[in-house]
Design a protein around this ligand. Sequence first.
Ligand SMILES: NC(=O)c1ccc[n+]([C@@H]2O[C@H](COP(=O)([O-])OP(=O)(O)OC[C@H]3O[C@@H](n4cnc5c(N)ncnc54)[C@H](OP(=O)(O)O)[C@@H]3O)[C@@H](O)[C@H]2O)c1
Length: 244
Amino acid sequence: MKVAFLGATGGMGRSLARLCAQRGDAIALLGRDPEALARSAADLRVLGAPRVVGLACDLANPAGFAPALDAAVTALGGLDTVVLSAADCARPADLDADPARGARLAALNFTHSIAFLEAARARLLARGGGTLCVFSSVAGDRARKATGIYGATKAGLSHYAESLDLRDRPRGLRVVLVKPGFVRTAMTADLPAPPFAGEPDAVARRVLTAIDRGWPVVYAPPIWRLVMLAIRALPRSVMRRTEF
Ligand SMILES: NC(=O)c1ccc[n+]([C@@H]2O[C@H](COP(=O)([O-])OP(=O)(O)OC[C@H]3O[C@@H](n4cnc5c(N)ncnc54)[C@H](OP(=O)(O)O)[C@@H]3O)[C@@H](O)[C@H]2O)c1
């Protein structure tokens, strides 16, 4: 693959980029922290990626999306896969304490994420298609007390990705919607791990299989498909009484 990542300096994105490097994919790392980009790029080269380039791109700054993706196409000599795993997350209590933070989170995880995906989609379609891999969340599957603004952005992102899959698959664009359950990364470091918590490397292996096979939706760890099936079936009166 010739693959561009936004959000692969850490967490599940990094694990996925490392798998891609090990099998010889060419990689453009888009990110906001030059030192983290340089560190990650060096790691991917050691693992075997034939070509790795680090490019400045902050999900908070949509004006930078097109230049970064164009630079990725130039550096890799083409582009067939784009992965978006960057996102923000915050507890409801923190958002209550700082309403501006909630507005920033909503913009980053929804408006800006869609702007990035639209820019990537246009470039993939212009080249005859490819794969757009979108990290959403099980938090978008059912409203819970704790999901709040974050869950709402992920519900919107999941809807958008599903719609793109319906619309663009005939034109050669495969959309892979990733719905992680709880996974131990920096994003969840200060949260108590629930049952069925996953590890980023195992999630990455499953996501890479989904990309290779063009699965439209992938829960990871896979047990979360069943967990969410059960949670979606709970009546609202029960959801009012549960604290998760
Ligand atoms: N962990 C979970 O339990 C879980 C569950 C469900 C869904 N998800 C979703 O899965 C995805 C990956 O989560 P993760 O846990 O792997 O996250 P993570 O460990 O926090 O890593 C996030 C990555 O995104 C980058 N990033 C964050 N903000 C950015 C910005 N403004 N511009 C550019 N890059 C930015 C980070 O780079 P920096 O080094 O610059 O910070 C890092 O590389 C996210 O979409 C998340 O919402 C996670």
